[in-house]
Design a binder for this molecule. Structure first.
Ligand code: HEM
Length: 152
């Protein structure tokens, strides 16, 4: 059982509420940061290969980026409610299989964690705190660990 607290859940939900109206934009920023740190990560996204559409306008990239934010926030809510990340088995299996197939490795998840925390900090300058950073970090770690159990 995780000891994710009500306060931690509230911190994640509060920051998410303040950025979700622009979730697509923040999600894009998140992935632009990832590609800045790890340009080779672009190669894994089939829909970016041979595409002439600039990254900023790529609808599929925007969708994936938003999924990372939305699912991490949902993970925080479940961690408090159920003590663990709850993702439908079939969804988790698909996520595990997809990320395995495209060659996503630990370093990618680590860079993404760093970029995620930086993006939320940028999106919520007035309310950002160490506690908020740790709450998002923990929710992300638990979600990724659930995905990794199905990466085979
Ligand atoms: C919490 C972390 C993450 C979540 C929730 C997430 C979520 C998703 C979802 C929902 C899909 C759509 C396909 C499916 O449902 O199987 C997907 C595909 C994919 N994800 Fe992630 N993802 C995460 C982290 C990452 C990271 C760190 C990378 C690499 C930097 C990555 C790379 C990819 C790639 C390459 C695909 C396939 C895209 C394609 O169709 O070409 N993901 N992810």
């Amino acid at each position: 059982m995780s000891s994710f607290t009500e306060e931690q859940e509230a911190l994640v939900v509060k920051s998410w509420d303040s950025m979700k109206k622009n979730a697509g934009e923040w999600g894009l920023k998140l992935f632009l940061k990832i590609f800045e740190i790890a340009p080779s990560a672009k190669k894994m996204f089939s829909f970016l290969k041979d595409s002439n559409v600039p990254l900023e306008q790529n609808a599929k990239l925007k969708t994936h980026s938003k999924s990372v934010l939305v699912m991490t926030c949902e993970a925080a809510v479940q961690l408090r409610k159920a003590g663990k990340v709850v993702v439908r088995d079939s969804t988790l299996q698909r996520l595990g299989a997809t990320h395995f197939k495209y060659g996503v490795v630990d370093e990618h998840f680590e860079v993404t964690k760093y970029a995620l925390l930086e993006t939320i900090k940028e999106a919520t300058p007035e309310i950002w705190s160490v506690e908020m950073k740790n709450a998002w970090g923990e929710a992300y770690d638990q979600l990724v660990s659930a995905i990794k159990t199905e990466m085979k």
